[in-house]
Design a protein around this ligand. Structure first.
Ligand SMILES: Nc1nc2c(ncn2[C@@H]2O[C@H](COP(=O)(O)OP(=O)(O)OP(=O)(O)O)[C@@H](O)[C@H]2O)c(=O)[nH]1
Ligand SMILES: [Mg+2]
Length: 197
């Protein structure tokens, strides 16, 4: 799969605000605040369409993009949805719950979603929040692929250790190693998206 271009459509806070034409497949990008969701989208589309931030928790809405691609000689369209990060310590509990409702309502109530790209920072230890996310995705039978990202910031030994820890935490799942900076993992992720859409 090759991405031809991507265009920002709008920001939404619920699935009701999205009107895609027909049954255009959608790919959602989720993960904790500051994990690199927007950077990953920019790396995939080789364009700076998604806003990235050094300020964690800056994105509070779901940003929608139209993406044109070419796959096996044919052109097609899909939608990318860039989610606000969850688990950001500095927002109030009420606000955190509001986000959770918005995110879960959107993901569980949208059958156009063919793939969820779930990002985890390779430098962080997995915790209860990651487990909750995992169990929720599994319980809703949502199609998802875990990504261990920012691998350019970590050495090979620690990456290997994190992969083993990942397999213990999330049995039966394989993570794609990714870096928005070096482009590692981009091909593998595009292949996953291609199959899913
Ligand atoms: N070295 C390195 N830095 C990265 C990578 N991906 C993201 N970053 C940096 O991490 C910070 C956050 O990246 P974003 O893409 O804005 O993260 P986000 O998950 O979209 O953040 P929120 O929308 O606020 O939840 C930025 O400073 C990025 O430059 C990566 O693969 N390698
Ligand atoms: Mg973002």
């Amino acid at each position: 799969m090759r991405i031809i271009n991507a265009q920002y459509v709008k920001g939404v806070s619920s699935v009701r605000q999205v009107e895609h034409s027909g049954d255009v497949p959608e790919v959602s990008f989720i993960g904790r605040s500051n994990v690199g969701k927007s950077s990953l989208i920019n790396a995939l589309v080789a364009q700076r369409v998604a806003r990235t931030s050094s300020r964690p928790g800056a994105t509070r809405i779901i940003n929608i993009y139209n993406v044109a691609y070419e796959s096996q000689g044919k052109r097609g369209g899909m939608v990318f949805s860039d989610f606000p990060g969850f688990g950001y310590a500095k927002v109030s509990r009420a606000m955190a719950l509001g986000w959770q409702e918005m995110i879960e309502g959107y993901l569980a109530g949208n059958d156009r979603i063919k793939a969820i790209v779930w990002l985890l920072d390779v430098r962080r230890e997995f915790d209860g929040l990651d487990e909750m996310m995992f169990e929720w995705l599994v319980s809703k039978e949502l199609p998802f692929s875990p990504i261990l990202t920012k691998v350019d910031k970590e050495n090979q030994g620690n990456i290997a250790r994190k992969v083993r820890s990942f397999e213990k935490f999330f049995p039966g799942r394989k993570a794609i190693l990714f870096s928005a900076r070096t482009g590692i993992g981009k091909k593998e992720l595009l292949t996953y998206i291609e199959k899913a859409v």
